[in-house]
Each structure stands twice: as C-alpha cells, then as structure tokens.
Design a protein around this ligand. Structure first.
Ligand code: XLS
Ligand code: NI
Ligand code: NI
Length: 452
C-alpha cells in the first residue's frame, strides 16, 4: 500500500527504479509488458533510425511533479522523492529519477517548465538561485548520459499572481514578472543547449468580455512575444521559438485558440517568421479539430515545429492529457510529420500523465511504453502508406482538372470572373468523380492491420 516506498536512501544518487530493467525491443509477439513491441530505436525506416524520426521527449511536469490530484481528490502518486521533506532535496532526487527513467526507456530528450525543476523561493532572486542549483545538476546528468533538452518553458499560469493572465494581465507588474521569468527560463534553456523554447499562453485569455480590453491584451501579448524574439537574438539563442495553441482551459477563451488563429495573430503583428507551432493532440480536439487537422494546417503553412503527443477523451471534453494509444491518430500524425520531411529540431514530447489510479512508479513505464509503441507503429504504417503513394495518387488524380485547360489558367491567374462566366456558358456542368472516402478508410485500416 501507499507508504511502502517511504525510503531510506543512503545517497541522492542511488537508483530510484531499482526493480525496473532497461526496456528493450522484443517485437510484436512479446507478452512482456516491460518491453517495446514496435519501437526499435535503431531500426532504419526510410533511411533514418526510428529514434530520429520520433525524437521522443519526456515531460518533466507530468512525469515527475504530478501527484495525482484532481478537482475532487487528493494526491495519489507513490513517488519516493516526495517523502524526502526538504524541497531542494526533493528537486535533486527528481533529477536523479528523471535521468534514470529516460535512460531505462531510451528517451533522448526532455522538456520542462522552470517551476517543475526547482521550488519557488521567497523572492525572485531566491527562485533563480534554486533554479541554477538544479540546473547545475541537470547539466551534469546531461553530460553523463547524453540526454538532451528538447525545450524549456516558463510556467506563468499556476501562481496566484497570474490569475488575470501573464503577458495579458491587467497589471503591468505581472507582465514584468512574467517577462523576468521568461528571461531566466530562456537563459537556462540556452545554457542547457535546448533546441526549442515553448510559449504556451497558460492564462492568456479571458473569462468574460465584461471586464476585458481584448485589444490591449492582444497588443500586449504581441509586445511580449516581440521582447522574447529580441532577447533570443540578444543572447544568441539559436533554438526555435514555438507557440502552443490551445482553445480553452484554464481560461474560457484562450487567445492562442488553434493553429489558424495563431497564424493570423502572428501575421497581424509581423511575428510569423520568428515562431513555429507546438501542436498538442488534446488541444486540437478541444478546439473541435482532429489532431491531424492541426498538424496539417501548421505543415502547409511551414509552421509545424514540434508535437505534444497525448490524447484526450472525447466523452470528457477537457485536457485529460492521456498517453496516446490511438493508432489511427498516431498514424496520421506521423504521416504529416513524414510529409514535412521530419519534425527536427522539434520532437514528440509526451505531454501526458498517468491516470490518478495508476499510482505506482512502474505505471510511468507502462505509460511511456504504450505511447512510444503507438507512435512507432504509426510511423511504420505512415511510412508504408507514403512509400506506396496510397493517398498521394488518389489526391493527385482528384485535382487533375487543375493541371491543364481552364484549371491551369485559374492556377496561373490568367482568368477572372468574366472569362469564367464565358467558360461556364460554353461548357455547362461536367461529370464529377466520387470522393471514395470509405474505400480509403478501408485501405488505411488494412495498412494498419498488416504493417509490422
Ligand atoms: C497545457 C499545456 C502545457 C504546455 C507547456 O495544457 O499543454 O503542458 O505544453 O506549458
Ligand atoms: Ni502541451
Ligand atoms: Ni495540454
């Protein structure tokens, strides 16, 4: 029962997950729950090892700080570090646990918010000191293990001071405080060689228009992002800046609603060259889109930067952040990734948490194995679909009428409404072709069933 893990560790560096072996690929037939059935890191798919296609990352917050509470219940997670008392000791033990965890799973990247790794101090200076003490340890572990930082970010939404937002707060001193936090988090991300820096507008949105100056808030949000860009160049951070769209939760309406909204916002404020998007599956579904829709929209606008791989529950309708196990979604996500020629310098961050009742440490391993295997299988299927040009040939044929005659003239901008009026008078209706949706769904299914 709970408490069984209350520990006596002799050194902070002692192994945490002592009973868990290194997770290896055993293939489809294996019944060992602590093995990969589809994820075979070094296996070549289309000339590239699987691990380089997938670039899996561990989310520090959901994996190492989430305690299992929900709006109705207290923490449930059995995590030995939480019983250590002193917040800095807990923070250090978490680092040890996190690196052991990633090594055992063969995960080469991680992502974190400032507040995930170190406790808040009484003052900003103390918070910064705490952060750097842990960053030193993380840096050591990174050197020792070769594990890299996919992205860093700032949590400017949990603390009470952010109740009205951060960059969109009605209080200028809160704007300043959020800016200070981003500065520190960007410094840390740069120092740790982070390949990206993420901005998720945690509470950048509103609850009611009755008290909100949306114009000022949006302008301020853009001012804030402009400062982020300037600072990036000032310190010579070469990573990619990413915005993570989400339509609602915690606020009723988040300004970064979805890909299309964010792209429109960036263009309006002239920021489109500086930011790409970090697309999260569960945020897509909250916005009333499919995961693939959001990836597709980002990709065709050359803005697909990285992915938060998780899934929601359509019956619940909030950000449940579950581990992704839906093979159909994973397949179509990897299809979009392959279409864009890869996700680097982004990756697939498991922004996902185990369910409240999955409270034992090994559940973390089962969860990551499930997510990694699902995306590995998705990659295999997507690669095969593309190799066989299953959808490409159908799509090419479907739009054939634009490759010659009047279609080509429309594409080339050679005709206007009067020309087309004439054309329509002369030609009338033509025979249409079927969309063949069910046939295609059945073919995709057959690829999922038969691809190893
Ligand atoms: C919350 C977001 C968050 C970001 C990082 O819904 O997904 O976890 O990814 O701040
Ligand atoms: Ni996310
Ligand atoms: Ni989320």
């Amino acid at each position: 029962m709970k408490g069984a893990l209350l520990l006596n560790i002799s050194t902070i560096d002692e192994a945490v997950f002592k009973d868990i072996p290194k997770i290896t690929y055993e293939g489809e037939g294996s019944t060992n729950p602590l093995s990969f059935k589809y994820y075979n890191a070094e296996e070549m798919i289309g000339g590239k090892p699987m691990k380089d296609h997938l670039r899996f990352a561990m989310s520090y917050w959901h994996t190492f700080t989430f305690k299992g509470m929900d709006p109705f219940g207290l923490p449930t997670m059995e995590r030995e570090w939480d019983s250590l008392g002193d917040p800095m000791t807990i923070a250090k033990r978490r680092v040890v646990a996190a690196f052991e965890f990633m090594q055992k799973l063969g995960i080469e990247y991680f992502c974190f918010h400032d507040v995930d790794i170190a406790p808040d101090g009484e003052t900003l200076e103390e918070t910064e000191r705490n952060l750097y003490e842990i960053v030193n340890l993380i840096e050591e572990k990174m050197k020792e293990t070769g594990i890299k930082l996919l992205w860093g970010t700032t949590n400017a939404f949990s603390h009470q001071r952010f109740m009205h937002g951060a960059a969109t707060s009605c209080h200028a001193n809160v704007f300043a405080r959020a800016a200070a936090q981003v500065k520190i988090a960007m410094d840390i991300t740069k120092r740790l060689g982070g390949e990206n820096y993420v901005l998720w507008g945690g509470r950048e949105g509103y609850e009611t228009l009755l008290n909100t100056d949306t114009k000022l808030e949006l302008d301020n949000f853009a001012r804030f992002l402009k400062m982020v860009v300037d600072y990036k160049y000032e310190i010579g951070f070469t990573g990619q800046l990413l915005i993570e769209p989400k339509p609602k939760e915690p606020t009723k309406h988040q300004y970064d609603f979805d890909t299309a909204t964010v792209l429109g916002f960036l263009r309006h404020y002239g920021l489109e060259k500086e930011f790409k998007l970090n697309i999260e599956a569960n945020h897509a579904t909250l916005a009333g889109h499919t995961f693939q829709h959001e990836l597709n929209m980002a990709r065709i606008h050359n803005a697909l930067g990285s992915i938060d791989a998780n899934q929601g529950d359509l019956l619940l309708g909030w950000d449940t952040d579950q581990f992704p196990t839906n093979i159909y979604d994973a397949t179509m996500a990897m299809y979009e990734v392959l279409k864009q020629g890869g996700i680097a310098p982004g990756g697939l961050n498991f922004d996902a948490k185990v369910r409240r009742a999955s409270f034992e440490p090994e559940d973390l391993f089962f969860a990551y194995i499930a997510g990694m295997d699902t995306f590995a299988k998705g990659l295999r299927v997507a690669h095969k679909l593309l190799e066989d040009r299953v959808l490409e040939d159908v799509i090419e044929k479907r739009y054939e009428s634009y490759t010659s005659g009047i279609g080509q003239e429309i594409i080339d901008g050679k005709v206007g409404l009067s020309d087309l009026y004439q054309y329509a008078l002369e030609h009338g209706d033509s025979k249409l072709s079927s969309g063949r949706q069910e046939m295609l769904e059945s073919i995709v299914n057959s690829y999922i069933f038969r691809t190893k």
